[in-house]
Design a protein around this ligand. Structure first.
Ligand code: SAM
Length: 284
């Protein structure tokens, strides 16, 4: 696949993607988003981790979020990260030396966790549920891993909040309509995280959201806005959702690119976060 065709950004099967390095690099880019930094800081405060705790990160990617939390676990604590992608796990292992506690990154499936049941103080998962065929089953697996009274922390994107403004209201409307619909994956899981946690018998401790804003982009310098998909990939999405005729894809892309070059480019996306406790924590 030629380089200009990259930035479709599908994380269901990272290792099979011809542009795996783009997918990995995008994790670093999204980790630098203000919204991600804010949500991870909020999560850290909510969890209030102390030395000796065990944390499981499901769909850990390159492990950065888990490694940030590792700082609170002292030398007796432990982080376990699982991810379906061997490439992601290799990347995470290369960063593991940054943690003061024990760290184990391993290949695994969120839908069939093989760690010991009831052995973690915290189970977290970030921007992974949106890629799973059955996010409810994955969340139930996470809860199964919790010690009595343990905490579940979920962060996820809600693509129905995505907006693109290049000074063309019809185009903005097409994008909005296309992103509202979930097709083949739970792309709008972000706003359902609280409901998901309570449906599993957990008590909601906190919830928040953060919106990422892109105010400019030069399509001649980077193939896609920072950490995002390309406009050709977005156009394919619109066609798939019945919002754009296949013949209009090129026109869509060139309209957005031309507007961006002229300084008319604004995009937003909201991510949600919840922390919920196993019922044992709230028992009198
Ligand atoms: C968008 S990335 C997020 C990575 C990381 N949590 C972060 O926020 O930086 C989604 C991750 O989910 C992983 N993933 C997808 N399906 C999975 C599955 N069934 N089990 C475990 N991990 C999975 C992908 O390999 C990828 O690393």
């Amino acid at each position: 696949m030629p380089k200009r065709e990259t930035h479709g950004l599908g994380y269901e099967r990272v290792d099979d993607d011809p542009n795996v390095s783009v997918l990995l690099g995008t994790m670093d880019a999204t980790g630098r988003w203000d919204a991600t930094i804010r949500l991870r800081a909020w999560e850290r405060e909510q969890l209030g981790l102390t030395a000796g705790r065990r944390l499981l990160d499901v769909g850990c990617g390159l492990g950065d979020a888990a490694l940030l939390l590792a700082a609170d676990l002292g030398s007796e604590g432990e982080i376990v990260g699982i991810d379906a992608s061997a490439e992601m796990v290799a990347g995470a292992r290369a960063r593991a030396h940054l943690a003061p506690c024990g760290v184990r990154f391993t290949v695994g499936d969120a839908l069939a966790l093989t760690e010991s049941e009831g052995s973690f103080d915290v189970v977290r998962s970030e921007r992974t549920l949106q890629w799973l065929t059955d996010p409810e089953a994955a969340a139930a697996e996470m809860v199964r891993m919790l010690k009595p009274g343990g905490l579940l922390s979920l962060i996820d994107t809600d693509w129905s909040t995505f907006s693109l403004d290049v000074g063309d209201s019809e185009l903005s409307q097409q994008v909005r309509e296309a992103m509202r619909i979930e097709r083949r994956r739970p792309s709008n899981i972000g706003r359902r995280l609280g409901e998901l946690a309570t449906s599993l018998g957990l008590e909601l401790i906190g919830h928040t959201s953060a919106t990422q804003h892109w105010t400019s982009w030069n399509p001649d310098e980077t193939p896609a806005p920072d950490g995002c998909f390309s406009m050709s990939s977005l156009a394919e999405n619109l066609v798939d959702a019945g919002q754009l005729a296949a013949d209009d894809q090129e026109r869509f892309v060139s309209t957005v690119h031309a507007a961006a070059r002229e300084g008319r480019f604004a995009m937003t996306l909201t991510m949600f976060a919840v922390v919920a406790a196993d019922a044992a924590r709230t028992r009198p």
